[in-house]
Design a protein around this ligand. Sequence first.
Ligand SMILES: *Cc1c(COP(=O)(O)O)cnc(C)c1O
Length: 348
Amino acid sequence: MELLNKSFDFRSDTVTVPTQEMREAMYTAEVGDDVLGEDPTIQRLERLAAEKVGKEAALFVTSGTQGNLIAVLTHTKRGDEVLMESEAHIYYYEVGGMAALGGVIPRLIPGSAGIITPDALRKALRVENIHYPTPSLLCIENTHNRAGGTIWSPEQVKAVAEVAHERGLMVHMDGARVFNAAIAQNCDVSELVAPVDSVMFCLSKGLGAPVGSILAGSKEFIRQARKCRKMLGGGMRQAGVIAAAGVVALERMTERLVDDHALAWKIGQAISVIPHLKVDLERLKTNIVLVEVDSAWGTADKLVEALQMAEVLAAGSGPQTVRFVTHKDVGELDGLKLVETLTRIMRG
Ligand SMILES: *Cc1c(COP(=O)(O)O)cnc(C)c1O
């Protein structure tokens, strides 16, 4: 069978396909009805995930979006205010689920490279007044997607979580790429998430699993989250077949994320000297390369189309911004092809 050429796909790390080891683990996975608590592979994945992030318990969910939604629904009640950075994925890309299904109102705090300072949070937290909604949850994002994979340090997480907790708020981390965040600053993921009450991370992005994310937190939080997942239709039966790939993702795929970061850095540096393109190298810490296209040349859409003609796939991230994401299924040669193609296009 002729397969489409899948290389040169820099749209997202979500395009990664399962490894041979994952497929074998999936084939032989021991399974049972997980809604009845009888799938040993899911239980193994949940235990392993909880251990890795240093939380009491974890829950296997269908997607990052579902994990974030469950966290919001579990931490809040209708009419509550949920604070987050202005460009947060939860606000920007999750179909308004928190409003549609949770009845909560988002409060956006402008950040710098996706990071909120304790002062900005303090300013946004108003003193109790009969007119105001009740703030009950702060969401932070690490790495920050729209800011270009920027990272929060353990100290930055701790500082805002302290302010939130002092004011009686819970803290959730949208850590879709939290393993990227940890390895990029050479710290343990458990240290990074220790100050937050819950964390979601994706198995299906850089870690290469085909399906699924993890939500982790206290035992009591996960008990409620499990019930919430059932309500949302996310109670899966013999899903050990997909959880098996998640186990491999956690055991084998976290360390290699440094390769993605190294490749992104190489690509970013090379692109930064191409005419009409700008890369903020200060922000380039993980696997997302944001490239600003000079409007004198054209738009982000125009560049994405020109690249596509040359069989290189990229994604727009704003009218003048194109995004390239590195992952396990693109290598040095793909990076070279990307840079060469860009150079040719821009030199016209
Ligand atoms: C991808 C992503 C999600 C959502 O994950 P899905 O599995 O695609 O639903 C949430 N937050 C961030 C920061 C992401 O990058």
